[in-house]
Design a binder for this molecule. Structure first.
Ligand SMILES: Nc1nc2c(ncn2[C@@H]2O[C@H](COP(=O)(O)OP(=O)(O)OP(=O)(O)O)[C@@H](O)[C@H]2O)c(=O)[nH]1
Ligand SMILES: [Mg+2]
Length: 566
């Protein structure tokens, strides 16, 4: 399905065109019909002969309803810019074009409508004029179609152009977890609360558990509909109607978002790029009162300009935008900025950072993972995904960090190990405890970490000799005590009552210990150990003591239970 939003000056024939194409009345309010003017968003759709569904959102053209217009065009695929062939280009044609551009609409069609009322000379002149104006636009305008809602002229051609665009030219990029910005809320007798919106994120399934972003209240999806038909899931880019339970209609408003819980960063500030419209009543500075629009939502905001004093018309720059009510946002989201005091659209752009941590004077947002992660070190990967909108994988444990941060942390940790010869796990930060696994040559014994490379003693002939003794060695009282002390200090050798064991020999006893505990879960005695290994008391007692020292066992009365390094 493709969602197409109308745009254009008041009374230029938008609703008439949608009605003529779809046979559905987009102006459903009595007030709209009485005044002959669109006040609220209208919805209509048509399935073409080849089976393509074109979904229309009809917006009001009157400047008083510009906020509603912005809510309607947010997240759409294709724009239909409607111009009265008699009147030609008007102020809201210009403003609506700017709004579509800053909201990132990529493709569109212009129609010169009410062609039944103009001469062919005027039509040719208007066509040339419109072509000249849209030539500079960032939106790819497919062509200028001549139509009349009254005679039906050009309608078939317009539908086929829209159909081609929806099939070939539009390539949506949909991101992230579920988020539906609500543009309508109402109650259906017997069914309860229904919300509708244009879905521009991941598909929505009946089984999804969602919350209202503003209140965190959980809601349940009872049924989903697309154009009146009940469906199991709504695809990205579709008009979605959801019958929900958990909240009443009066608890929701247009601009609320239903979101997958814990998948979104709720934020009251963002850094973004901005492109300003070609004509502004005054350059953008931090002075003034502003409104931001994201999705179908808008609210008051304050603006600081990053790296400049002001941004003039038809320019680009960077801004930091703050607002009172937190929103579920992700880098890549489009936003629009209006000047509330002059009631004019300033511009808008792409959100680059939803949790800026550096001061405005030092901010340099780019939207890249590196820029977003800058200054954050190691953070839980779920948080990194929320902040970047990218499907990042943890670098170690449950942590994410950029490669240079990982590199620095590894170097630091290795240096610490070299300087102190050993470190206790309890001295380390949570991410460092996972990071040690990435350091080659690190030896962990219980709570203690050492570098194998920091113990060249491990290859000392005395160590090899003690290893060759196994668990029934001779007295160690005659060996070089200096070397022996260092071997013990480094955890290579364990000694009790002049009987020494190499740590490798103690490790090798694991299968025996396992069988002993299988027989005596409450712990084994020295005699049991002696029998199991076929050794004498002379070796069994020092061996038990050394197993305790190493942490493979721990003593409880006369018994040995699994120790801290087991
Ligand atoms: N002759 C002629 N009149 C038209 C045509 N299309 C619309 N009109 C008339 O133009 C007037 C405005 O039409 P709408 O469709 O309500 O215009 P709109 O752009 O939806 O207006 P807003 O939603 O208020 O911005 C109505 O009186 C229509 O009957 C057309 O193709 N030919
Ligand atoms: Mg209308």
């Amino acid at each position: 399905m493709t969602v197409i939003a109308t745009a254009g000056h008041v009374d230029h024939g938008k609703s008439s065109l949608v009605r003529a194409i779809t046979g559905i009345e987009p102006d459903r309010l009595t007030e709209e019909q009485r005044k002959g003017m669109t006040i609220d968003l209208g919805f209509a759709h048509i399935t073409t002969q080849s089976g393509t569904t074109l979904s229309f959102i009809d917006v009001p053209g009157h400047t008083d309803f510009i906020r509603t217009m912005i809510s309607g065009v947010s997240g759409v695929d294709i724009a239909l810019l409607v111009i009265d062939a008699g009147e030609g280009w008007k102020p809201q044609t210009e403003e609506h074009l700017g709004i579509l551009e800053v909201l990132g609409v990529t493709t569109g069609v212009v129609t010169l409508t009410k062609c039944d009322r103009v001469s062919s000379e005027l039509l040719a002149q208007r066509t040339a004029d419109v072509n000249a104006r849209v030539k500079e636009s960032s939106i790819h305008w497919k062509e200028v179609v001549h139509t009349s809602a009254h005679t039906g002229e050009g309608l078939e051609h317009l539908v086929s152009v829209l159909e081609t665009l929806s099939q070939h030219e539009y390539r949506p990029v949909r991101r992230g977890a579920q988020r539906l910005f609500v543009d309508r809320v109402f109650t259906i007798k017997g069914s309860g609360t229904v919300v509708t919106g244009t879905l521009d994120t991941a598909p929505l399934h009946l089984s999804d558990s969602l919350v209202v972003a503003r209140t965190s209240e959980p809601i349940r999806l009872r049924t989903l509909q697309v154009h009146g038909e009940t469906v199991e899931h709504c695809d990205p880019g579709s008009r979605c109607a959801a019958n929900i339970s958990g909240v009443d209609a009066h608890q929701l408003v247009r601009g609320d978002a239903l979101i997958a819980p814990t998948s979104w960063k709720m934020t009251d500030v963002f850094d973004a790029n901005i492109t300003t419209l070609t004509e502004l009543p005054r350059p953008l500075t931090h002075r003034g009162s502003f409104t931001i629009h994201v999705g179908s939502h808008f609210q008051s905001a304050s603006v600081r300009i990053i790296g400049a004093e002001l941004i003039a018309a038809a320019s680009s720059g960077l801004v930091r935008v703050r607002f009172a009510q937190p929103l579920p946002l992700v880098p890549g989201d489009r936003y629009l900025l209006r000047d509330t005091s002059t009631n004019s659209t300033i511009g808008g752009g792409t959100i680059l950072d939803v949790d800026p941590i550096v001061r405005v004077s030092r901010a340099q947002p780019t939207g890249s993972v590196e820029s977003i992660m800058s200054g954050r070190g190691f953070i839980p990967v779920e948080e990194a995904r929320r902040l970047t909108g990218q499907p990042l994988e943890p670098v170690v444990g449950r942590w994410f960090a950029t490669p240079n941060v990982v590199e620095t942390a590894l170097t630091h940790l290795t240096q610490q190990l070299e300087v102190h010869s050993e470190l206790s796990m309890s001295q380390l930060l949570p991410y460092e405890r996972d990071l040690v696994a990435l350091i080659p040559d690190v030896v962990r014994q219980g709570d203690v970490l050492r570098l194998r490379t920091a113990t060249p003693l491990a290859s000392h002939p005395l160590a090899s000799e003690i290893r060759s003794w196994g668990i029934t060695g001779p007295s160690s009282s005659t060996v070089d005590r200096n070397i022996m002390r260092q071997l013990i200090q480094d955890g290579i050798v364990f000694e009790h009552d002049a009987i020494a064991f190499h740590s490798d020999s103690l490790h090798a006893l694991r299968p025996h210990l396992e069988s002993l505990w299988a027989l005596s879960p409450q712990g084994f005695t020295v005699s049991q150990l002696r029998e199991q290994l076929g050794i004498t008391r002379k070796h069994a007692i020092p061996l038990s003591e050394c197993l305790d020292k190493m942490g493979l066992t721990r003593r409880m009365g006369d018994c040995r239970l699994p120790g801290r390094t087991w």
